[in-house]
Design a protein around this ligand. Sequence first.
Ligand code: NAD
Length: 321
Amino acid sequence: MNVDLRIKELTEQLNQYAHAYYTLDAPLVEDAAYDYLYRELITLEDAHPNLVRADSPSHRTGDVILSGFEKYTHAYRLYSLQDAFSREEVEAFDNRVRKQVENPEYICELKIDGLSLSLVYEGGVLQTAATRGDGSIGENITEQVKRIKDVPLVLTEPIDIVVRGEAYLPRKNFQKLNQSREEEGLAAFANPRNAAAGTLRQLDTKVVAKRGLATFLYQEASPATNDTQEAVLSYLESLGLVVNEQRVFATNMTEIWAFIEKVSELRESLAYDIDGVVIKVNNLSEQDALGFTVKFPKWAIAYKFPAELAETDILSVDWTV
Ligand code: NAD
């Protein structure tokens, strides 16, 4: 195999997929197919760092922002999450954490399959809502987010706070939306995530109100006033924000894996899509000590559920959506 050529091919292909996914909200392939090719690229780049291309998707989070929206510069950078696709990869994460933290406690949360949202409250009043964008600059979607019924316009306390979470389209509303699009002769959305992203980019905010988006918040991005992730979640809830109730503590791999297995069983019965489980170090000062890479926090990992297909089928199957 000509490695240089393969890296070029993968970079170009992944950039094309990422543009369709993040910017056009119209994915060309299944997420698992994207992840598979992305993995291949990272493996080749790690083995041949001199061949990494300037436009490699490994350099960036998300994609460029749309021109129709005002740009918003995040006061606190939004990171992506490192992926794990097997028990061994979660185990390797646990081992890395243990090198720096003695007896870590983890909190395991559902990985909601929506899009990242940053909410800025000043004096308890919602001032700005923005997409993640490239992590530093996102799109200002304040007027759109104000149309999501479960986002409080005013918190229960008059505080300044920046919170992060996920906006998503409940499955029921996704089905309703696609049904009415079909009746109108419009193209159906590929999945609830893309429908949610497309909805938040509607300039007509009445459309946003009609589609019934919802949110789960999971992070205090401004310097946290709490000691643990669990305390942050309870605090966000007390402020009137919606927090997902499915979460557990874990202190070892057996407990982490038991939660992953439980979640993969209940996944189909949930009212919303998830694509995995996020495992986070619970103690925030331990999180600070672990820090970040350019793209990811070192104190968290996202275990992604396997694709429905066996790996041997991957290359022979058409994964277009
Ligand atoms: P990601 O979706 O794999 O994980 C990071 C995101 O998870 C965070 O930014 C956050 O928004 C979200 N999240 C959900 N629940 C969370 C929780 N409880 N705690 C913390 N974060 C939570 O990473 P990404 O960079 O947003 O996107 C990469 C993924 O997008 C790829 O793995 C791929 O599956 C998909 N993608 C698909 C295509 C395609 O063509 N189908 C193209 C590009 C990307």
